[in-house]
Design a protein around this ligand. Structure first.
Ligand SMILES: Nc1nc2c(c(=O)[nH]1)N[C@H]1C(S)=C(S)[C@@H](COP(=O)(O)OP(=O)(O)OC[C@H]3O[C@@H](n4cnc5c(=O)[nH]c(N)nc54)[C@H](O)[C@@H]3O)O[C@H]1N2
Ligand SMILES: Nc1nc2c(c(=O)[nH]1)N[C@H]1C(S)=C(S)[C@@H](COP(=O)(O)OP(=O)(O)OC[C@H]3O[C@@H](n4cnc5c(=O)[nH]c(N)nc54)[C@H](O)[C@@H]3O)O[C@H]1N2
Ligand SMILES: [Mo]
Length: 762
């Protein structure tokens, strides 16, 4: 018998491993989503809720940031969106009796799955210093506690204010205003762990830290790259857009170490032909790249394009675009011409002919889009890799015209909007100037702490109060043991949450849980707004009765806390903001570019599109005033002998740290999560076999980190690489292992060795 895994709900006997699926999102998807909803919500509530998802008069799906499109089908949701809704609209409740019955320590020993299953939080709870129980508090008492601790600080920079990406535009704007009014830019967010690398690279090269394509562009592209992304699980509605692109004649190239089901074949549940039959083959070409090989791949593609240009001058490079709109072409072209093919083959694990065939796809396409997600952003060289994607596109003028451009696919449903509203530890001077103009106070100019820096500041004791607007900080962040110890040093931790999670159990000396409304719930007669992955802003209106009469909306929590901290504030009318979100939107309209006439325009059906200079006018607001080609050194990530490169991914049955269930259907794993996917050849080299039990040991200069008791699954991943689920493996990601420039934890490239579990060990 292998030893039992820590914090595990299921025994290894429950774990089942079958062959991975090659297609995604057909009938089983929809039936399962309805079953998931029924189990938690009951039939009537299920129907009432699901018909409102992503409709023009409904609420924005909390599942992901993929846009809805002009012509919505009556069922604009996917299996995983339905699970996200069911998770929030559950009829289960966490009450004061629950907290009376469980110590904090006991809760800390439970799994993320178990915690999530307990249901919705119902009233504010307080864990006093020295106590091991949460007890009920009134809202007034709760705000008084936060106010007291904030006033007791040596300065505003001793507090940290985290945001996860579900917060509405209105709540986000009010929140950053309160934090800056308090005097700090310590506004880390989940973006720091997510698309920060995209923002850094795109700001520098294109002048805008967002994507440059619309859904319409995707539908009419000739060639779409889907790189480092698993849309079948994480953005299922994107599959419909890819299918549409294909029907219009597009080719699709998937670049991934794993043969993800949704990339290979798709059965559209919203069309009868998708329910039966084989569905659509999505990817025309699958490049099974090694982890972290993408920088080399895009350099190689560009190099071959330049060679094609040499052979037929004027036929490949878009000289007119390069001359009038870009900067740095010659220097970059020289660097790419010097590329060493042996390095490319080593880094990518791909044969040169596969790359040459891909270049033929590119040469045959007038318009090209590159989509990506966490497979590109969570590596040491992520910013350089994304800059290289931009170089590749600029070369043929594939930015700022129909059917072409960059498409970073965002995660949380309003993570992009939160940034637009100023949730950022390094705000632009212009934004702060606009705040000063509008509100008449001097906002802090000193840059604040991002996620990794915030953990360091908590660890050293420099930060003493930690406030989280949503999210599950201790489970989502790297280096679990380090982060948990850091969090326990805080004087006060505050979590504004909908559901119970690990961050309530690993807390500071004093802790508060402030329960809030979810997207699906009625907030009086008010509505909020969100921005999707493609810069469309629209209204979201919940219809369900709130999970408890004692919940407050996020906006009210911010405004009441602000009134506690600032008293009668001559600068910001917090009371008015709380009552009337139009009043907040009027201020946003005056502070944030692109939001003019916000209140009127967001009431138009479908909302409005934010301006995007590269897309709309081929204007690039960078330091040079042009789109910048950049030179990026190729450093091949060489893994020491006997080690593998581990990526930490999502299963099909989770939402980040929220575990819905134990069924990673497309990869054929059910009944458990402690598995590691390894290539059969790599197993044979280690004298391991499918079914063996191993510890994953991560090696880093400051010492080893160990995740115990994983079942080995022989799996067709790229050689030299392996994969396991997050957050169980966050313990392996060293806090100091981060991407250059963006400071994003390297969750997709962790050097590990597989260490066989001692039989019968403890
Ligand atoms: N159902 C559901 N939906 C979600 C989420 C969820 O947890 N559940 N999370 C939301 C959030 S916040 C986000 S950010 C997105 C995340 O969406 P994804 O980025 O799709 O999520 P991951 O599971 O991290 O998958 C990373 C993908 O990149 C591949 N990959 C890893 N490393 C590399 C590499 O070096 N090169 C290449 N080419 N590929 C690589 C992996 O094999 C995998 O297919 O999804 C959002 N939507
Ligand atoms: N190893 C590894 N680590 C990763 C990643 C990875 O790929 N690998 N991915 C990273 C990424 S991309 C991200 S975005 C982060 C995610 O990091 P977070 O955003 O911090 O984590 P989530 O798990 O999405 O947060 C879930 C919690 O949010 C709360 N919540 C849900 N809805 C609402 C709401 O409407 N309002 C409020 N106030 N609270 C709400 C619930 O209490 C729930 O428990 O994790 C990162 N961590
Ligand atoms: Mo994310």
């Amino acid at each position: 018998m292998a030893r039992k895994a820590p914090r595990e709900d299921v025994t290894e006997d429950d774990l089942k491993v079958g062959p991975p699926k090659e297609w995604a999102a057909g009938m089983p998807g929809v039936t399962r989503s309805l079953l998931a909803s029924h189990a938690q919500m009951g039939v009537g509530r299920t129907l009432l809720t699901l018909v409102r998802v992503n409709q023009k008069e409904g609420f924005d799906c909390p599942g992901c940031a993929w846009p809805e499109g002009e012509h919505r089908s009556p069922a604009e949701f996917c299996e995983n969106g339905a699970k996200a809704v069911a998770e929030e609209a559950t009829t289960r409740r966490v009450t004061r009796d629950f907290f009376a019955g469980h110590t904090v320590e006991e809760l800390a020993g439970r799994t993320d799955y178990w915690l999530g299953q307990q249901g919705r939080l119902t009233e504010p709870m307080h864990k006093p210093a020295g106590s091991d129980h949460y007890v009920p508090v009134t809202w007034d008492e709760a705000f008084a506690i936060v106010g007291r601790e904030l006033r007791a600080l040596g300065g505003p920079d001793e507090a940290v204010f985290y945001t996860s990406g579900r917060t509405s535009n209105e709540a986000a704007f009010a929140y950053q205003l309160m934090v800056r009014r308090f005097g700090t830019n310590n506004l880390p967010d989940c973006s720091n762990m997510c698309h920060e690398s995209s923002g850094s690279a795109l700001n520098q090269t294109l002048g805008v830290g967002k994507g440059t394509v619309s859904l319409e562009d995707l539908h009419r592209a000739d060639l779409v790259f889907v790189v480092g992304q698993n849309p079948g699980t994480n953005h299922p509605r994107m599959l419909s857009a890819l299918e549409k692109a294909k029907r219009n004649g597009a080719r699709i190239v998937a670049v991934n170490p794993l043969p993800e089901a949704g990339l290979l074949r798709f059965k559209n549940p919203q069309r009868p032909s998708g329910v039966v039959g084989r569905g659509t083959t999505l990817a025309d070409r699958f490049l099974q790249i090694r982890l972290n090989g993408d920088l080399a791949l895009f350099q190689a593609l560009s190099r071959l394009l330049l060679e094609a240009e040499d052979a037929a001058p004027g036929s490949v490079v878009d000289h007119e675009f390069v001359r009038s709109h870009t900067h740095g072409f010659e220097e970059w072209a020289k660097s790419v011409r010097d590329l060493d093919w042996a390095d490319v083959e080593e880094a990518t694990g791909l044969e040169r002919p596969a790359i040459e065939e891909t270049v033929r796809d590119v040469l045959g396409a007038r318009s090209v889009i590159v989509c990506w997600a966490m497979g590109l952003t969570q590596h040491k060289n992520s910013v350089a890799t994304i800059r290289e994607v931009v170089n590749f596109l600029l070369l043929r003028g594939n930015v700022g015209r129909p059917g072409a451009g960059v498409c970073p696919v965002r995660g949380h449903s309003n993570v992009q909007g939160d940034r637009t509203m100023g949730i950022f530890e390094r705000p632009a001077e212009g934004f702060l100037d606009a705040l000063r103009e509008e509100f008449g106070f001097e906002p802090p100019r000193r840059h604040g702490l991002d996620t990794v820096a915030a953990i360091r500041a908590l660890r050293s004791g420099e930060a003493k109060v930690f406030f989280a607007m949503g999210g599950n900080f201790v489970a989502a962040t790297p280096d679990t043991a380090v982060t948990e110890a850091a969090m326990r040093r805080a004087r006060l931790t505050v979590q504004v949450s909908t559901k119970l999670n690990r961050s309530h159990t690993v807390c500071g000396e004093q802790a508060l849980i402030l329960p809030t409304l979810g997207r699906t719930e009625r907030d009086g007669d008010r509505f909020v707004t969100v921005e999707d992955s493609m810069g469309l802003v629209h209204a979201s209106r919940g219809r369900l009765r709130p999970a408890s009469p004692d919940l407050l909306p996020e906006v009210a929590i911010v405004c009441r806390l602000a009134r506690e901290v600032f008293g009668a504030d001559p600068h910001v009318p917090w009371e008015e903001f709380e009552a009337d979100y139009d009043a907040i939107r009027d201020r946003i309209a005056r502070v944030v570019p692109g939001f003019g006439d916000f209140n009127a325009r967001v009431r138009e059906p479908g909302g409005f599109a934010l301006p995007n200079a590269p897309r709309d006018e081929r204007r690039f607001p960078t330091a040079t005033g042009k789109a910048n080609f950049t030179v990026n050194a190729l450093e091949v990530l060489r893994v020491p002998a006997g080690r593998l490169l581990l990526q930490t991914v999502r299963s099909h049955d989770q939402y980040n740290t929220t575990i819905y269930g134990m069924d990673d259907r497309y990869r054929g794993v059910s009944g458990g999560r402690r598995v590691v996917f390894v290539h059969p050849g790599d197993l044979a080299e280690r004298d391991l076999a499918d079914g063996d039990m191993v510890d994953l040991v991560s090696e880093w200069p400051d010492g080893e980190r160990r995740a115990e008791a994983f079942r080995v699954v022989a799996y067709p991943t790229a050689r030299g690489c392996c994969a396991a689920y997050f957050p169980e493996t966050n313990v392996l990601v060293p806090l100091d292992s981060v991407a250059e420039t963006s400071n994003t934890p390297t969750s997709k490239s962790v050097v590990v060795r597989l260490s066989r579990c001692a039989p019968g060990g403890g």
